[in-house]
Design a protein around this ligand. Structure first.
Ligand code: NAI
Length: 662
């Protein structure tokens, strides 16, 4: 029977079913308790195992839940295709134990009786049926037992992903706030340190220096269609330095967050490592290190490898998004500049981080009862002119221009200091030094003050509304500095962004003490909220998770081949819009991670709208048309309906595979 069967034919088929007399060679659909919609009937195509009404009745009387039937009854959202309501097995999959050994199809104790028959696994799993919610509950209880370490949780989650992918993602979605720090930083860092030893099953793809010349062909070893790739060369993994091929842990973790946070289909993500060697002596001496045991390839040879990788991606999946992750600072920006217009891509360390900080500034505007456009009234003092500081400064500058200032006016809003003090037009900037090109226009616009004056003097002259730190100098924001910020502003914006906590420019407590808790505070590291004289100062913490899943989803759905500054700015503006009134009153400037799917919907829709406005849509006008017909709410509905949600769907054999036949 064809998958494209017509509704009338299906209804006729349903009629046949009612008057069924068993014969081999036909599709058998149990109608008891099954929604009679064409979807439920179509979902049964491709299998032949009979499921009699008596069997349903007897299983019910045994108290066995029948999730397969409830699945349709419980639906709160509508799907547009039959394929969305069923899990169609790959044509190469055999009935029986093979189903249980495949993490994509395995449901453990979550197979209905009908499915057990259909898939040839009756008797191969314990008789009692558990819902996915019950399974999650059991695993969660196990993970959160007293004394269980982060690494125990990481390993348990890996093992779960290896045996039941749906359950893994469901647990992650349901407990994203608690599990994001396990799947990603900080615990994944610990895992990356010993990744070779923890290696169990391959996940993702390794492109090594030994494979040069073959990347194109290798891409075809990956069978699925891919829409998001995270790639690293492992040269600067979190704060841990060069971990070589162990960087795979980062690519895998990040993509798990794409799936959980924005509902990207798990089958369409591809974690990658470019293994060009490592300069980590410990790894080179480790007999079990699974990457190339050689020093890093550098210079042009390295760039050629990146180029070959990007070209191979473009050849195989021209619309895929590539996210660059944890490349060393000297390579990160050059790679982004080289490929930004060549392939749909972004760098989360540079752009994702800058968007989060900007989102915090917009959140601060909301906390002060102002519109995002009020960002043009702010004056920024920034300590730190390294890659983090300049990345953030450049991006806030773009936002000021976006909101109406001329580039020159926007440059003048910044007072940038490095370890030698304020940087002005009198500073001798050395040609060719990293970051100098970015810094120069800011320096040249600062002609009103002497070069090299210290932070206290700068604050006195500039009277800033916002003080940002990316200097790595602990305690740089002294009590005196913070007090002065509190005198100058009702709600001073204080952002000590340096990591880890030991390097933060000030603590939350110091900021609250000096400002009677009036500061709008956000740090790069976690701090507890602080109460002073009945006023609670929320210790906000930026997290790139607010940005990259929604940004990725939006740019794919709109079909753009470029992520513009305007789209990044739209993402930043969308994030505080998910804050509810109570949170804004408390001066929370970021939403809760638990709300990430909602945040991603808003971010994706905002990114898509901006892309349409910039004429970057590549979906034949569909998205623009949707916005003009149904507004941003309609667009958000569309985004939501496009998101994968991990739940058990009835599993059917691929029509035409013939593998499901008895
Ligand atoms: P870097 O070492 O390249 O730059 C540090 C900068 O701080 C230099 O310009 C240096 O001259 C300046 N500096 C040093 N002492 C200073 C002082 N007393 N006053 C003013 N400036 C001073 O470091 P990079 O890569 O730029 O990172 C800086 C920090 O930012 C790190 O702690 C990093 O973890 C953090 N970071 C935070 C992010 C966040 O979103 N929270 C994102 C990325 C980095």
């Amino acid at each position: 029977m064809r998958a494209s069967i017509k509704l009338r034919e299906i209804l006729e088929a349903a009629q046949v079913v009612r008057t069924f007399r068993p014969r081999p060679n036909c599709v058998f659909v149990s109608t008891l308790g099954v929604n009679n919609s064409w979807r439920s009937i179509a979902s049964s195509l491709g299998f032949l195992a009979p499921t009699s009404t008596r069997e349903y009745a007897s299983s019910r009387s045994c108290g066995l839940a029948q999730r397969e039937t409830n699945y349709f009854a419980d639906r709160t959202h509508t799907c547009r295709f039959a394929e969305n309501d069923v899990m169609i097995m790959h044509a190469d999959t055999n009935r029986g134990i093979e189903v249980l050994l495949n993490p994509i199809y395995n449901k453990g104790t979550g197979f209905s009786l009908a499915e057990k028959e259909r898939l040839g696994i009756r008797g191969l799993t314990p008789p009692r049926y558990f819902t996915i919610e019950q399974q999650c509950e059991k695993i969660w209880a196990n993970l959160t037992e007293k004394g269980k370490t982060g690494m125990f949780r990481w390993r348990s989650m890996q093992a779960l992903q290896d045996r039941n992918e749906t359950l893994f993602y469901r647990l992650l979605v349901d407990h994203i706030e608690e599990l994001a720090p396990v799947i990603y930083t900080p615990t994944v860092g610990e895992a990356c340190l010993q990744y070779s030893r923890l290696f169990r099953r391959p996940r993702g793809m390794y492109f090594s220096a030994d494979d040069v010349g073959h990347f194109n062909a290798m891409m075809y070893n990956w069978k699925n269609d891919v829409s998001v790739i995270v790639v690293t060369d492992g040269s600067r993994v979190l704060g841990l330095g060069d971990l070589g091929a162990h960087g795979m842990g980062i690519s895998v973790g990040k993509l798990d967050l794409y799936v959980a946070g924005a509902g990207i289909e798990p089958s369409s993500v591809l974690p990658c490592v470019l293994d060009v060697g490592t300069d980590n002596e410990e790894l080179l001496a480790d007999p079990y290190y699974f990457g190339l045991p050689q020093k890093r390839i550098k210079g042009d040879a390295f760039m050629n490898i990146v180029d070959e990788f990007i070209q191979a991606v473009k050849n195989r999946w021209p619309k895929a998004l590539v996210q660059f992750e944890d490349f060393s600072t000297d390579h990160a920006m050059p790679i982004l500049k080289r490929h930004r217009e060549n392939v749909l891509c972004f760098n989360d360390d540079i752009q994702g981080t800058a968007v989060v900080v900007l989102a915090g500034i917009y959140g601060a505007m909301a906390a002060m009862g102002k519109s995002p456009g009020a960002i043009t009234e702010q004056t920024f003092v920034v300590c730190g002119a390294g890659s983090a500081g300049m990345g953030i400064v450049n991006f806030i500058h773009a936002a000021l221009v976006h909101h109406g200032l001329s580039p020159q006016q926007a440059f003048e809003r910044f007072y940038i200091l490095d370890k030698h003090g304020l940087i002005t037009s009198n500073r001798e900037l050395k040609e060719g030094e990293p970051g100098v090109d970015d810094l120069r226009p800011f320096a040249e616009s600062r002609r009103d003050l002497p070069d090299g004056i210290n932070l206290r003097e700068v604050i006195e002259s500039a009277k800033p509304t916002a003080l940002l730190g990316a200097s790595t100098v602990s305690g740089l924001f002294t009590h005196e500095i913070l007090t002065r910020m509190g005198e100058l502003n009702k709600n001073p914006i204080i952002m000590p962004l340096s990591n880890p906590t030991s390097r933060a420019e000030c603590t939350a407590e110091a900021a609250a003490n000096a400002t009677e808790g009036r500061a709008i505070f956000s740090a790069g590291s976690p701090f507890d909220d602080v109460s002073r004289n009945g006023v609670t100062m929320v210790a906000n913490q930026g997290n790139n998770l607010y940005v990259f899943p929604g940004l990725g989803l939006g740019s794919i759905l709109v079909g753009s081949n470029y992520i513009s500054d305007g789209m990044l700015n739209a993402a930043a503006e969308a994030i505080p819009k998910t804050l509810h009134d109570g949170a804004i009153r408390r001066r929370a400037i970021y939403p809760r991670i638990a709300d990430i799917r909602n945040v991603s919907v808003k971010v994706a829709a905002a990114v898509m709208k901006q892309a349409v406005d910039e004429d970057r849509e590549n979906r034949g006008g569909k998205i623009g048309h949707m916005i003009s017909r149904e507004g941003i709410e309609g667009l958000e509905r569309y985004v939501r309906s496009s998101m994968y949600y991990p739940e058990y769907r009835p599993t059917v054999f691929s029509p035409g595979s013939g593998r499901g036949t008895l």
